[in-house]
Design a protein around this ligand. Sequence first.
Ligand code: FAD
Length: 499
Amino acid sequence: MSDAAIRTILIAGGGTAGWMAAAALSVAFQPHQCRIVLVESDEIGTVGVGEATIPPIQLFNKILGIDEREFVRATQGSFKLGIEFVGWLREGQRYFHPFGRYGDDFGLTAFHQQWLRAQTLGSTTPLDGYSLNHQAAYRGRFEIPTPQSNPVFSTFSWAYHFDAGLYARYLRGFAERRGVERVEGKIAEVVLRPGDGFVDRLILGDGRALEAELFLDCTGFRGLITEALGTGYEEWTHWLPCDRALAVPCARVADPVPYTRATARQAGWQWRIPLQHRTGNGHVYCSGAISDDAAAATLLANLDGAPEADPRMLRFTTGRRRKAWNRNCIALGLASGFLEPLESTSIHLIQTGISKLLSWFPDRHCDPLLAAEYNRLVDAEMESIRDFLILHYQANERDEPFWRQCAAMPIPDTLAAKIEMFRANGRLIERPHDLFHPTSWLAVLLGQGVAPAAHDPLADTVPPEELAAVLGGMRHVIDQAAARMSTHQQFIDRNCRAA
Ligand code: FAD
């Protein structure tokens, strides 16, 4: 290794971000190549929320060699096939954002263009009829495909719900077994080097100094190192106006359903995340539009089991750090910004932050070119997620002042272009850094009432009888595959029941 190679990486913070980074780096480096040290404070604790994920987390587990069933068991986890949105367009309406694809493309166009055409020919089958994820989710069913599974399973995908505290503990065990050193202590000071302003060391409350060449700021909303470096924050509250959440677990009253529920409320929305041992709930709201007491009352009035604690408040400002990588420090997790919990993207952003860091890993000089490219990629990814989230708020027909204000807000041009195109002809604009695939955009656009005026003319090249036969066949196969799955609870009992 060259003399400039990084010999010590210091991870500040041991929440989900810190331990995910520690676990991944412990796989990337042998202990003799690079020391990985993580400092955290039991006294401060973690944010303790973040229980829902999206499918790419499977890849993170695979790279780390984590056994899926052991991981679900250790975290009291359950499986997530998508998100049910209740009341987002208007009271009483609901739609489902499935993680797997709708149908299979055929003819010269995307599947949904054939579906749009079939609607013009009189078909009444909803798009959900062609989603194996949807059909399984609403029957409470789940199965992990095997090589022998019906080929329709190629359209199926899943993620997890888990207990955030148990997840950090699981990753900590994983990382420590691979040589990551944990230091317990409270960071009191960040010392910068004179001259280039790089981070030199962290000083703990008891006077210990922790030195490294590369620092990862995983200190949550505090963003301790990032703040010390004077990295600014870009607010997105004019697009994503919620700024508080109340979280409360409640007793489990039924078998867990394999999906998250997000229900629109007067000035925000409520999540419901079923785990094996309890149900996670939270009310995300805009403090300018509803009082904390009223928000708490709404949350507590809409639980399906007895609350297991008092609601805990979390305050946040939606937006991002102006530079996720600044000098020799990379901010991960909440320290790098927060969009809001809708669509469960924060843990994913930690994962992609780590993977980008490994792609653009520096030596101790931390070439600004590497940082610039890393920041460009992070910015593009966050902007794409931001647009997707804004769509849920802006395209609504609800009556409350909060929702009317959301409907009237000016939106980014990038999102306006996607909506305009879809409304005109059902085509979905894809951008290189889009985290969410066309299926996700399609589900939310239609769910939020954006109806295409026309379909792709190339869909008309399939004769109507053939169209009806292919769609009917697909529907049948999907229906049969969903009906044959075990129930979600049976699957958990057989494979990953927590002690
Ligand atoms: P934290 O969990 O806050 O960890 C910070 C760490 O830094 C802790 O170990 C703390 O002790 C340490 N620390 C801080 N200051 C010091 C100090 N001075 N000295 C030493 N140590 C220190 N994400 C999802 O993907 N899905 C979801 O469903 C989801 N829901 C969410 C709901 C809400 C209401 C919120 C607010 C967030 C949600 N998130 C979700 C985001 C998710 O919780 C976070 O991305 C994830 O938990 C990572 O947090 P973190 O590790 O960055 O911060």
